[in-house]
Ligand binder design. Structure first.
Ligand SMILES: [Fe+2]
Length: 320
C-alpha cells in the first residue's frame, strides 16, 4: 500500500494575507506564518502551505491560476518511494530535493511530488443518532461546538483536458484505484493505501465552472459530523465569505456531506464528512452527472432543479 494520501498541498496565491486569514477562519491549525509563507499542519500530519504565486519554489506546470500548484503524495516507505521513482524515471525527469521529495510532472503536465509520510490515524467519536424507536442517546446531549477544526486533508480536485487519460496515468503509474465514473465529467480515484471514497477527482475542464483550462478546483478537509460542518459554514458566512458553486448538501456519489466555499487562495475549500470508505472489494459504478451529484442540496443551482432521472450502473471496464 504505497500511497497513503496527500502529504502537502502547496498553494500559489496572489494575496498571501487574505489566503492565510481564510484558512485560519476555516479552522486549519496554523504552524507558522511569515512574509513569504503560511504553513498549516493538520492533526493527521498533512500540510497546507501557501506561498506567493511567483515564488521560485512554485513549480512550472500546465495548470493555470492560483490554488494548489503541487500535490505531494505521501508514501508508506522508502522502498515504495524508490520503486515508484525508478519507474517514473524511465520516461520523465524526477528531481529529488533535500527534504526527501521526488518532484515530477504527470503526462498531463500536473506537478506532483512523492515523499515518505506517516499519515497518523485520526479517531473521531461522532455523537450517536436518535430516531423514533432507535434511541442511541438516552439522557445524553450532542456535543456543543464553537467552531470547525478539520483534522484531515481528504482529497484534491483538478480540471484536466482528458480525464480518462489523466486517470490512466494515476492508475497505471501510481497505483490509484478507480472508485466511480461520472459520465462525461470525471473519475474519482483512491490512493491504494487510503480508504476514503476518493483522494483525487479529475474532471473534464469543460465542465461548468472550470473554465476550459487545466486548473485546480478544490481541496476537501475532513470534519467529524454534520454539526461541525454546519458550524464551520455558519462562521464563514458570518465573516462574509461566499459559498462555492454547489453550496452545502449531500452527494449521492460517495454519500458525503459537503460544504463548499470560495477560497482566496484559489478554487474552493470544502468541509467534508460522513463519506463512504472503500477498499479493493469495491466495484466502481458509472453515473449520470446530475444524478450522481446530489441527494439533497441546501440551495440547488438551476441546472440541478426539477426531476432528475435515476441513472447508475456498474462500470463496464470491470466486466460486471
Ligand atoms: Fe470534493
Amino acid at each position: 500500500m504505497p500511497i497513503v494520501g496527500v502529504e502537502t498541498a502547496l498553494y500559489g496565491v496572489e494575496d498571501l494575507a487574505a489566503s492565510t486569514k481564510f484558512f485560519e477562519d476555516f479552522g486549519l491549525p496554523l504552524l507558522h506564518k511569515s512574509e513569504t509563507e503560511s504553513h498549516f499542519s493538520l492533526e493527521e500530519g498533512s500540510n497546507v502551505i501557501l506561498r506567493n504565486l511567483n515564488d521560485a519554489s512554485i513549480p512550472t506546470s500546465k495548470y493555470v491560476g492560483t490554488g494548489v500548484k503541487e500535490t505531494i503524495w505521501g508514501i508508506d516507505s522508502e522502498a515504495s518511494l524508490d520503486r515508484l521513482v525508478n519507474d517514473l524515471s524511465r520516461d520523465r525527469e524526477v528531481i529529488r530535493d533535500g527534504d526527501g521529495v521526488a518532484h515530477f510532472l504527470t503526462d498531463c503536465g500536473m506537478a506532483l511530488g512523492l515523499k515518505v509520510f506517516n499519515r497518523k490515524k485520526v479517531t473521531y467519536a461522532p455523537d450517536p443518532i436518535n430516531a423514533p424507536g432507535n434511541v442511541n442517546r438516552m439522557n445524553q446531549t450532542r456535543k456543543w461546538r464553537k467552531r470547525a477544526l478539520p483534522k484531515t486533508l481528504n482529497h484534491v480536485v483538478f480540471g484536466v483536458a482528458d480525464y480518462k487519460a489523466s486517470a490512466a496515468f494515476f492508475r497505471e503509474r501510481l497505483g490509484f484505484r478507480l472508485s466511480d465514473h461520472q459520465k462525461g465529467i470525471g473519475m474519482y480515484l483512491r490512493c491504494d493505501g487510503a480508504l476514503e471514497h476518493h483522494n483525487l477527482f479529475l474532471m473534464d475542464y469543460n465542465t461548468p465552472g472550470i473554465g476550459g483550462v487545466p486548473r485546480f478546483h478544490h481541496a476537501n478537509f475532513g470534519v467529524e459530523d454534520i454539526d461541525e460542518l454546519m458550524i464551520g459554514a455558519n462562521i464563514l458566512a458570518s465573516k462574509g465569505y461566499e459559498p462555492g458553486f454547489l453550496g452545502t448538501g449531500r452527494h449521492r456519489i460517495s454519500s458525503a456531506l459537503f460544504s463548499y466555499w470560495k477560497c482566496p487562495a484559489g478554487g474552493e475549500a470544502e468541509y467534508g464528512t460522513d463519506t463512504d470508505y472503500l477498499d479493493d472489494n469495491w466495484v466502481p459504478r458509472e453515473w449520470e452527472f446530475r444524478f450522481g451529484t446530489m441527494i439533497w442540496m441546501q440551495s440547488p443551482p438551476p441546472f440541478m432543479q426539477g426531476e432528475i432521472a435515476w441513472d447508475v450502473d456498474f462500470y463496464k471496464e470491470f466486466g460486471v
